[in-house]
Design a binder for this molecule. Structure first.
Ligand code: AMP
Ligand code: MG
Length: 314
C-alpha cells in the first residue's frame, strides 16, 4: 500500500514539473545591423519566420542606399504616395522633431551625405558645404497627408535614427499577436522585451561600455552612442550623430545616451535627440516628459540618470 502511494505521489510530482520553456532565435542582417530575436514557447518558430520577413521588408522600404526603396524614390521625386508604414514612421519622426525642438530631424540627410556617413566615404566637409546643406534641413517643411508625403526642393530624409525603433515595435506586435509571452528583440542598440524572462524575473540589459544593468519588463531600451559609427581625420574623431543647429557631430561630452520607454520608435528618436541636446538640456526635457527615462554615459566614464531607481550593476 505504502509503495503504491509513493509511486502515485512520484507520478504527480513528475507530471506537475513543466519543462523550462525552450528558446528559439533568428538572426538577421538588416538596416546595416545584426539583429537577433529570441522567443519562448509554443508558436515561436512560425512567429520568428514572420518577424524575419518583416525586418527584411522594412529594410527594403527604407534603405537610402537602395535606389528602389520608398525613401530613395521620395528623396528624388519630392512628392510621392508611400505605404502606410512609411507614412506612419515619417509622421512619428516629425512629431518627435517638434517634441525635441528639432534636435531630432530626419531632413539632416543632405548634411550626413557631406560627411560620408551614408555611403562610408568619410570626409570632413568645408564650412560652406555644411552651411549650404543646413539650409535644406527643416523638418517643419515636410508634409504628410494620408499616405502622401511632400518634401520641399533640395530636402532629403534619412530614417536611420528611428527605423530600428519602429522595426522593434513591429516585431513586438507580431510576437504578441502570435501568442508569444516572453521574448527579447535585439536590433543593435535597440532592445525591446516582451513581458519578463520565462522564469518570471525581469530581463537584464547591459549598457554597452559600462557596468550598468537595466532590469526591465515590457519596455524598450535604446542606446545612441558616438562609438557606433565614426571616422578619424587629422587626429580628430568625428561621429555620426549630427547637431542640426551646427551641422557638426554633437559635441556634448557623452559616450552614449540610453532611453527607456514603452515605444521603441519614440525611444530611438529620443536617444538620438538627447545625445544632441547634451545632459543638461536632456534632463530638463525629461522633467517635462516623465514618461521617458534616460541614462547618460559620459566621456569620463561617469554615469548619470534622471531616475536612479534604474541603475544596478553586474
Ligand atoms: P541612432 O543610432 O539612433 O542615434 O541614429 C543615428 C543615425 O541617425 C545616424 O547614423 C544618421 O543616419 C541619423 N542622424 C544623425 N543625426 C541625426 C539627427 N540629429 N536627427 C535625426 N537623425 C539623425
Ligand atoms: Mg535613434
Amino acid at each position: 500500500m505504502k509503495k503504491t502511494l509513493f509511486i502515485v505521489i512520484l507520478c504527480i510530482l513528475l507530471c506537475s514539473c513543466t519543462p523550462p520553456e525552450k528558446a528559439e532565435s533568428v538572426t538577421v542582417f538588416a538596416m546595416d545591423t545584426v539583429m537577433t530575436v529570441t522567443a519562448y514557447g509554443k508558436g515561436a518558430g512560425q512567429a520568428l519566420i514572420n518577424a524575419e520577413k518583416e525586418l527584411y521588408r522594412l529594410d527594403k522600404l527604407w534603405s537610402v542606399t537602395n535606389p528602389e526603396s520608398e525613401i530613395s524614390k521620395l528623396n528624388s521625386r519630392k512628392s510621392t504616395t508611400v505605404s502606410p508604414d512609411t507614412a506612419e514612421v515619417i509622421s512619428i519622426a516629425l512629431k518627435m522633431s517638434e517634441l525635441t525642438d528639432g534636435a531630432f530631424d530626419i531632413s539632416i540627410y543632405p548634411c550626413l551625405k557631406k560627411w560620408g556617413f551614408t555611403d562610408k566615404n568619410y570626409r570632413v566637409p568645408s564650412e560652406s558645404e555644411i552651411r549650404e546643406s543646413l539650409k535644406l534641413c527643416d523638418y517643419s517643411q515636410i508634409a504628410v497627408s494620408g499616405n502622401n508625403v511632400y518634401l520641399p526642393e533640395g530636402c532629403e530624409i534619412d530614417l536611420g535614427g528611428i527605423a530600428k525603433g519602429f522595426a522593434a515595435d513591429r516585431i513586438y506586435s507580431i510576437l504578441k499577436q502570435s501568442g508569444i509571452e516572453n521574448a527579447i528583440i535585439s536590433l543593435g542598440g535597440n532592445v525591446s522585451v516582451l513581458d519578463k524572462k520565462p522564469d518570471g524575473s525581469p530581463w537584464n540589459i547591459q549598457i554597452k561600455n559600462s557596468e550598468i544593468i537595466l532590469k526591465i519588463e515590457n519596455k524598450s531600451v535604446v542606446t545612441s552612442g558616438n562609438y557606433q559609427r565614426y571616422f578619424t581625420e587629422g587626429g580628430k574623431t568625428y561621429h555620426h550623430i549630427i547637431d542640426p543647429k551646427t551641422g557638426y557631430p554633437a559635441d556634448t561630452k557623452l559616450t552614449s545616451v540610453t532611453v527607456i520607454a514603452e515605444s521603441s520608435t519614440e525611444a530611438d528618436a529620443l536617444s538620438t535627440a538627447l545625445y544632441v541636446m547634451g545632459e543638461k538640456e536632456a534632463l530638463s526635457f525629461l522633467k517635462k516628459n516623465p514618461q521617458y527615462d534616460a541614462v547618460f554615459l559620459h566621456e569620463d566614464n561617469s554615469v548619470t540618470t534622471n531616475n536612479t531607481a534604474l541603475l544596478g550593476t553586474k
